[in-house]
Design a binder for this molecule. Structure first.
Ligand code: UTP
Length: 289
């Protein structure tokens, strides 16, 4: 069994109701953050963390996610003929080596836990990452690479977390820690969307995980939880009875691109970060304000 984290599961089979009506026609992870699809940033982050195989959990309407990873000879030849090498490199940026992607169908949106369980045969018996692609992370050292470094330090299971205001905790999965010293701490509990005022901390589970394959057997018999969905959090709570879980408070900023204002914020932030566009972006935003 490999102990290195080589595979990542990317569930994209949710209904994306918060992004309707646009998500009716376009998979939400292909919506743009400035000039690239959300997915492009996430793939870059995963590759920087050493991920070699990408397991997408898809559903009806998510076909364009698979097509995104095809080459486009017409565009590539035209750019090459015109000597537009920079643009050509950008167009080819996300093309992954043959054999490094799998697409698994989740036939009904039964929940994130069920989506991850759908990857069991392809992941096999090795630790793996889970990446929620709509949670976009801006960080000097890519967020998943920070999680992998934590995993190499303490092993077991890692959940990337971040603080939010107390008033926001009821919207997320929340972790409880065994004391707090530095950014990497042992976890004692997790709860999915706690009722207002009952959260054990203000640290939310922010969409990057490193899990041991033992989670699959628990997901297999996991009943419905919060929201009537099969929740990954509930099986992680079960696994925590026999294995170590650490919460990593990562160094960076998260944008929830599954939310309309979150996606807007990401667009502004990532445009401002691009040296060649920053000044024009600042001017355009200033004029609008
Ligand atoms: P979300 O809670 O963001 O759900 O799921 P969603 O359906 O995408 O969006 P809303 O809330 O309806 O707007 C977190 C992640 O889990 C995936 C989603 O695609 C998203 O990446 N997911 C969720 C699945 O793959 N299958 C499911 O059954 C549920």
């Amino acid at each position: 069994m490999s102990t290195r984290v080589r595979k990542a599961v990317l569930p994209v089979a949710g209904l994306g109701t918060r992004m309707l009506p646009v998500a009716r026609a376009t998979p939400k992870n292909l919506l743009n953050v400035f000039d690239r699809p959300i997915l492009s940033y996430v793939i870059e982050e995963a590759r920087a963390a050493g991920i070699e195989h990408f397991v997408f959990i898809t559903s009806r309407g998510q076909g364009p996610v698979e097509d995104y990873f095809d080459g486009n000879p017409e565009i590539e030849e035209a750019l090459a003929a015109k000597g537009k090498d920079d643009l050509l490199a950008q167009v080819r940026h996300d093309l992954l080596p043959p054999g490094s992607m799998s697409f698994v169908r989740q036939m009904a949106p039964l929940g994130l836990g069920h989506a991850v369980w759908c990857a069991r045969d392809i992941v096999g018996d090795e630790p793996f990452a889970v990446i929620l692609p709509d949670m976009l992370m801006m960080a000097q050292k890519p967020a998943l690479a920070q999680a992998v470094a934590a995993y190499e330090q303490v092993g077991g299971n890692i959940v990337v977390v971040e603080p939010v205001p107390e008033s926001e905790t009821h919207k997320y999965g929340i972790v409880a820690l065994d004391g707090k010293g530095g950014r990497l701490n042992r976890m004692t509990a997790m709860v999915e969307k706690p009722a207002p005022g009952t959260a054990p901390s203000n640290l939310i589970i922010s969409g990057r995980y490193i899990l041991q394959p033992d989670i699959f057997a628990l997901l297999e018999k996991q009943g419905k939880g919060s929201g009537g969905e099969i929740q990954l959090t509930d099986s992680m709570v079960e696994l925590m009875k026999t294995q170590d879980f650490h919460a990593l408070e990562y160094d960076g900023t998260t944008f929830d691109c599954g939310d309309k204002i979150g996606l807007l914020r990401a667009n502004v932030a990532f445009a401002l970060q691009r040296p060649e566009f920053a000044e024009a972006a600042r001017k355009a935003i200033g004029e609008l304000l």
